[in-house]
Design a binder for this molecule. Sequence first.
Ligand SMILES: [Zn+2]
Length: 331
Amino acid sequence: MANFSDIIGHEDIVKHFKSSMELGRVSHAYILNGEKGTGKRTLAKVVSAMLQCESGLPDPCGKCRSCLQVESGNQPDIIWVQHEKPNVISVDEIRTQILKDIDLKPYSSKYKIYIIPDAQMMNQQAQNALLKTLEEPPAYAVLMLLTNNMDSFLPTVLSRCVVLNFKPVQPLDMMEYLTGQMGLDSAKARFCTDFAQGNLGKAVRLAISPDYNEIREDSVRLLRRIHTMEIEDIIEAVKNIGKYKLDLTDYIDIMTMWFRDILMVKISNSPNKIIFKDEFSVLKRQGSKTSYEGIENILQAMDKLKVRLEANVNFDIAMELMLLTLKDNMS
Ligand SMILES: [Zn+2]
């Protein structure tokens, strides 16, 4: 079963939980804050299994009654809060799954643990309903609110929780995981590491994509001649990515890597530190035609494009604006 060694990075958070367990000072409410793919669920799984494990070991033992229940997905004292609508956790859901249940003592374990994934989806009523429990929780209760957006919480909720922030995973740790546990070759591991920018879930998503090679090749084909293409062609090419089940923003991330490579080639004039090593001569040629300021402008335009796409703006228009910046800055 999963244990602390399965958690990549986040040493400070693991340390926090381990020492509070050792000292018997586990808090009643935690907020685990970090973007999608940073490992919040994995951590909540391991910590909740650990809290309930009967072995007293520093890791869930995998053999006691509680661990076996966790394995089979029915540890009655670890409750994962579910919600029906895709974007909201309602006050009724908080009432039926937490408030009406929490005063009943644990069935068989030391704690009663409630995990709320996507807790940012709790509307104001739901958060208000939870407040009283956060103020006066039963001694055995532990709540874990997993979120990618702390701003959605009421200040009164925030002030009653221990907030643990998931920082980006260091590139070296990620490389080690991808080449070690996942068995990737180092070129692919580097590509996925650079693509993910500290988000392990994102790296793994690309690494296990059956379309990895095509995605990379398609991107390179486009990027090689992007500055000479017409806007319609580029929009068409980028839309094409839809067939690979990646997010459109993922494609922008790959384009960003390309331009970071151009920048690196301009600075170092060497293929050593770049991701698209096979494309060194192309990168060099494009770099010679683009100023530092121009690359900076392009990278900024790509960042903006990502923000726009996440806000669901019209794809064609957002893309067009980015490409105009690109063309303006490359000759
Ligand atoms: Zn155990």
